[in-house]
Design a protein around this ligand. Structure first.
Ligand code: IVH
Length: 669
């Protein structure tokens, strides 16, 4: 039969058949034909396309196997920013959401309709369809610009490449790795002698960010949709509720968790949270909570957004997972700041999706108050990306016979006498950069992703370099030459050249990154950003007084004292100055003034809170330009109430249209 059909027609038939069978299999879990029969259809299609390359289309199911290897990810700006959800950690916070949303809408809390959705734990993805064809897929990135991962997304089996109707849509959802696929993929990786994936979330995120889409294709990812908008933020499917939007997505062939429901008021919310919580372990994928959204779309609009998140939705998180294990040893680790932390070495257990064999005991006082001894049975907990910790001991009659832990008097790394600082819990090694453990910790922190982000410089290479006498402190990294590195274990000519190139590329960090990389106790990512914003330039931050430091938002007396103590240490202060001299951190005033730099804005209509002058000043302060009319040079049109011809022009030219909230969010980011 098939030989009689013109080739184009046969290709079309095969595409329809393969897509339908794949959909039955991946979206509905209901295969209608055997895998063998499916493979035959697929292979015939592949062969015909290979013979007639001009007939290959973007939406052909053969395109799912992964195309060419990319050099890097292209930036992908979002028309509508991808913001995040506010979290509720307990009943009080969840109830406060219901009360506030109901009050904002003028309804009784018991009468408020919400959708209850799963909070899929993977990687957010925006999939854009034009004329019903998937044309672009982007990660969230900083919320305003993501990475173009279209080739990777095409390999996700249950993400439609073509919709049944030629419509324009922007679909939002989560890429996840199902638990069964996680096991299969890890088995495969192990059999090839490769490192297994740590958990399903890393599995999903890491697999999507592979430059070779064939690798993504081998990772068996899935996509679950949770939101959709039409072009310029229009509401598709004539929907008036979130539930109708989700149904619309389902009708187009997107996977939606069957648990999704409409619930009423606090009682409905609470029972959904509990019901899903009880069934959580049996779900095919990991979730870290449930999401509730005001069901009526006009209600969503009325409540609106804050700078970071919608007021009409909340993510109600499940508490961190806890597991039982046995303490086999207690060791003392010296961190980069010198803090001496007792750590329990336990029988390995799977907690919150990762295998855990060490759990923090925080400090000697906690070991004693919790009663942890060598051999104790303990509960360990892990929440998100935080370090696993021992929560408590499970009492047993054997406890009396177990040996107690005694905090050593000297540093296990450099043998300095451990000290206790007034007002601080726990003990510290005063060895500073002379202590090998602190030196290693500081170097690793300096090179880490949130620090100077030197790719290819992990703890193993740093240890090897220290042992070879190549580096003693971070500033030594900048005088490393490729021939020095070549002879180190794990390095060759190419990797040594690459590493020295990466080190050079880390020059001129922005000020916040530089401050973070110094590893001052208590100065994490958010505090570094706040300090960079407050002081603007390294030279100002370096000489800041106590009174100046404490005026920084969210910086309290402890952090202020830590910063002053850090610079008061001659060796640390000198090293910081040397690093600043070598790397020349960029002034932050320029950086904060450049969030919108290079972008041309057109403002039109009446904004809800800002007047035109205020909006213009804000854009210009952030480095953007404001123009009077829309042209091909316009980056964004910010439209308020009663916007007219400029809005229309933007829509015709396909220029992103923001509202005031989106502008404020961009400025805040
Ligand atoms: S709605 C404004 N619904 O959770 C944000 N997000 O912090 C709109 N997520 O990274 C998102 N399941 O990718 C929404 N049912 C769900 C979700 C969900 C998972 C993720 C999302 C984002 C994070 C929000």
């Amino acid at each position: 039969m098939s030989a009689l059909l013109p080739v184009e027609q046969r290709i079309q038939q095969l595409r329809t058949a393969v897509t339908a069978h794949a959909d039955q299999y991946h979206t509905h879990d209901l295969p209608l034909i055997t895998d063998g029969a499916y493979d035959l259809l697929f292979r015939e299609l592949q062969e015909l396309e290979a013979q007639h390359p001009h007939l290959v289309t973007l939406d052909s199911p053969t395109q799912r196997v992964g195309g060419a290897i990319l050099d890097g990810f292209e930036p992908a700006p979002h028309d509508q920013p991808m913001l995040s959800l506010k979290d509720a950690m307990d009943d009080t916070e969840a109830m406060a959401f219901v009360t506030a949303a109901a009050a904002g809408l003028g309804v009784e809390p018991e009468a408020l309709d919400l959708t209850g959705e799963l909070k899929y734990d993977g990687l957010a993805l925006a999939a854009s369809y034009i004329g019903g064809v998937l044309v672009r897929a982007a990660t969230r990135g900083d919320g305003f610009t993501g990475e173009n991962v279209t080739s990777q997304a095409r390999t996700i089996r249950n993400l439609p490449l073509r919709l049944p109707f030629p419509i324009d849509l922007d679909v939002r959802g989560e890429v996840v790795m199902r638990n069964s696929d996680f096991e299969l993929v890890n088995k495969e990786l192990l059999s090839r002698g490769e490192k297994p994936l740590a958990n399903t979330r890393n599995g999903a995120a890491g697999s999507m960010r592979q430059l070779d889409p064939k690798i993504t294709a081998s990772r068996r990812l899935s996509f679950y949709a949770y939101g959709v908008s039409g072009v310029n933020g229009e509401t598709p499917f004539n929907a008036t509720t979130q539930w109708e939007l989700i149904q619309g997505l389902m009708n187009l062939g997107f996977s939606i968790a069957p648990e999704t429901a409409v619930v009423r008021g606090w009682n409905g919310l609470k029972s959904f949270f509990e019901r899903v919580g009880e069934g959580r372990a049996a779900l095919p994928f990991d979730i870290d909570g449930v999401v509730f959204k005001v069901n009526a779309l006009h209600g969503q609009q009325k409540l609106g957004w804050t700078n970071r998140s919608p007021r009409f939705a909340i993510a109600y998180k499940y508490p961190a997972e806890e597991k039982i294990s046995i303490v086999r040893d207690i060791v003392v680790q010296i961190g980069r700041t010198g803090a001496a932390t007792p750590v329990a070495k336990i029988d390995p257990v799977q907690v919150g999706g990762v295998m855990v064999s060490s759990a923090s005991l925080h400090n000697a006082d906690q070991v004693n108050t919790k009663g942890v001894k060598y051999g104790s049975t303990v509960i360990v907990r892990r929440a998100g990306d935080v370090v696993p910790e021992v929560v408590r001991v499970v009492p047993s009659t054997a406890d009396e016979t177990l040996q107690c832990f005694v905090m050593p008097l000297n540093c296990p790394s450099c043998d300095s006498r451990l000290e206790r600082q007034p007002g601080m819990v726990g003990s510290y090694c005063p060895g500073g950069l002379k202590c090998p453990a602190q030196k290693l910790g500081k170097l690793c922190h300096f090179a880490s992703k949130l620090g100077m982000n030197i790719d290819g410089l992990g703890d193993k290479s740093i240890t090897a370099m220290i042992e070879a006498g190549l580096i003693r402190m971070p500033s030594d990294l900048f005088s490393l030459q490729a021939p020095d590195v070549v002879s180190l274990p794990g390095f060759g000519r190419v990797s040594a050249a690459k590493l020295t190139k990466n080190i050079a590329a880390s020059m001129h960090p922005d000020l916040a990154r530089f401050i973070y990389s110094l590893g001052i106790e208590g100065v994490g990512e958010a505090t570094s950003k706040a300090l960079a914003k407050q002081f603007g330039a390294w030279s100002r931050f370096r000489v800041a007084t106590y009174d100046e430091l404490i005026q920084t938002p969210d910086v309290g007396p402890d952090t202020t004292a830590n910063i002053q103590r850090f610079f008061a240490d001659d060796a640390l202060g000198l090293e910081a100055d040397r690093l600043a001299e070598i790397t020349s951190p960029q002034d932050s005033l320029k950086a904060t003034g450049s969030t919108l730099s290079g972008k041309v804005f057109v403002l039109t209509g009446v904004f809800p809170t800002l007047n035109r002058e205020q909006a213009k000043a804000l854009v210009e302060d952030a480095g953007g330009k404001v123009a009077g009319s829309v042209s091909s040079k316009t980056s964004v049109v910010v439209a308020g109430e009663a916007a007219g011809s400029k809005l229309e022009a933007a829509q015709n030219l396909g220029i992103p249209v923001w509202d005031e909230t989106m502008l404020l969010a961009a400025l805040a980011s």
